[in-house]
Design a protein around this ligand. Structure first.
Ligand code: DQA
Length: 159
């Protein structure tokens, strides 16, 4: 099983930017923790960060046929990007949206969310721990998909 983690604009500045909102942890530290958890669970994991909308769209498209699931923090593009939303819909992979801060408790423009309606689930406001929760959620989603596949196979064999 392979998960691709996609990080949007300014997340490469974690640990420096607005620490009162996002905390002191750097993106590399978050990724190291995710990698450790992935290794413990025999999951392949790839990390990608870009400040450019089109590059994020390209990366989501590349996941088609290559990954089993996507964990994405689209950062500011969450609130504006129909292109990223359409890319998530297009590849139709289990996708979990993550936010470090609680976007519902912040400025009104952050309440607008283009991505959430096309994602499997959203995990919001637990600080960097949101990413760990997304990993646990993704394993659960994969287990359910595999169990459903197995059940279909058994019922086809029984006919
Ligand atoms: C964020 C929330 C967004 O509103 C913001 O633009 C970000 C980070 C978060 O993880 O809390 O860059 O996605």
């Amino acid at each position: 099983m392979k998960i691709v983690v996609i990080q949007g604009p300014n997340l490469n500045m974690l640990g420096v930017r607005e620490q009162q909102i996002y905390g002191p942890m750097k993106l590399e530290q978050i990724h190291a923790q995710m990698k450790e958890f992935a290794d413990q669970n025999n999951v392949d994991i790839e990390f990608f960060q870009s400040n450019l909308e089109g590059e994020i769209v390209d990366k989501i498209q590349e996941c088609f046929g290559d990954a089993d699931g996507i964990i994405i923090n689209a950062a500011a593009y969450t609130h504006t990007s129909i292109a990223i939303r359409d890319a998530i819909s297009a590849v139709s992979l289990p996708t979990i949206e993550v936010h470090i801060s609680n976007i519902h408790r912040r400025e009104d423009f952050r309440k607008e969310n283009m991505i959430a309606p096309v994602c499997t689930s959203s995990i919001i406001g637990f600080g960097p721990f949101s990413y760990h929760m997304a990993m646990i959620g993704m394993l659960q989603v994969m287990n359910e998909i595999n169990a459903a596949k197995e059940a279909r196979k058994l019922s086809a064999e029984a006919k």
